[in-house]
Design a protein around this ligand. Structure first.
Ligand SMILES: C[S@@+](CC[C@H](N)C(=O)[O-])C[C@H]1O[C@@H](n2cnc3c(N)ncnc32)[C@H](O)[C@@H]1O
Length: 280
């Protein structure tokens, strides 16, 4: 009979052979998930022999990870700004960079009464900000009906469905004329088609393509958002975008052309320009 530690070592070798990064960590997380154990608990059971049904479960998970399915889709959840969110192939896996955008907003923006999250995916940004601003009412839109369904499930699971409404919409299309928000936030698709084709297999084979790229230039979605955002921003309201690292010059020109009073480029934790705030 194989022990937990032996299976972790064999799983690590298997995943390494499939080109999976951080294979040992991934193996520990998958074995832990199969056994219903956190990593620390797993370490305390290294010498425990595994039963055949447990091995069978582990094999199934490893097979999926070996085909480069992302760990988060396999375990079915991810952590985002203190929330545990359901994730699956219906929506992009929320990234740490986006968590950082949320934390920047909590520091730099006055608590909004009404917030709009465009391209909500799992609902990550909308839900995290709803927790942080308990008096804020949030509308979360996405063009993908599958993402809308998932975001609704997450809104219910986090107990926020009374303040976070999720609806299908092609950017602003579902909004009524005159509807106004104090903060409009979006992490839109911003990769070029070529950049998307060059992402890791986990991304290009499993995450929804329309969450990754809006078209050949990578700017098609941002252009549409910048062009219309002021129609739905209250006076003094803020548009906050996550962007690609080489897009700020072009975005600055478009923000000025759209008539935004001022804007600011912000960097991520590695110093790359990744976020834009623009004030009406
Ligand atoms: C980069 S993902 C961001 C998801 C989520 N906000 C996050 O940060 O994890 C972009 C999202 O925009 C959505 N999207 C793409 N085109 C759209 C459109 N025309 N209108 C509304 N949403 C769109 C995608 O379905 C996807 O959920």
């Amino acid at each position: 009979m194989r022990t937990v530690l032996e299976i972790i070592k064999m799983s690590t070798d298997f995943l390494e052979g499939k080109g999976v990064e951080q294979a040992r960590l991934q193996a520990e997380l998958l074995v832990g998930h199969a056994l219903g154990l956190k990593r620390m608990q797993l370490y305390l059971q290294f010498e425990r022999p595994l039963l055949e049904p447990e091995l069978e479960t582990i094999r199934g998970l490893l097979r999926r990870r070996g085909q480069r399915e992302p760990l988060q889709y396999i375990v079915g959840t991810t952590e985002f700004f203190g929330l545990t969110l359901k994730v699956d192939r219906r929506a992009l896996i929320p990234r740490p960079e986006t968590e950082y955008l949320v934390s920047l907003l909590t520091e730099r923006v006055n608590p909004p009464a009404r917030l709009l999250d465009l391209g909500t995916g799992t609902g990550a940004i909308a839900l995290a900000l709803a927790v942080h601003w308990p008096n804020c009412s949030v509308l979360a839109l996405d063009v993908s009906p599958e993402a809308v369904a998932l975001a609704e499930e997450n809104a219910r699971a986090t107990g926020l469905a009374d303040r976070v409404t999720v609806r299908p919409s092609d950017w602003f299309a579902a909004l009524r004329t005159g509807e106004q928000f104090d903060l409009i936030v979006s992490n839109p698709p911003y990769l070029t088609v070529q950049e998307t084709d060059e992402t890791a297999p986990e991304v290009r084979q499993f995450e929804p393509r329309q969450a990754l790229t809006p078209g050949p230039s990578g700017l098609e979605a941002i252009d549409r958002i910048v062009a219309r955002a002021q129609d739905f921003l209250a006076s003094g309201g803020v548009l906050a975008l996550e962007t690609g690292i080489a897009q700020h010059e072009g975005i600055a020109i478009k923000l000025a052309a759209a008539g935004f009073a001022r804007h600011e480029s912000l960097t991520d934790l590695t110093g790359r320009p990744r976020y834009v705030l623009a004030w009406r």
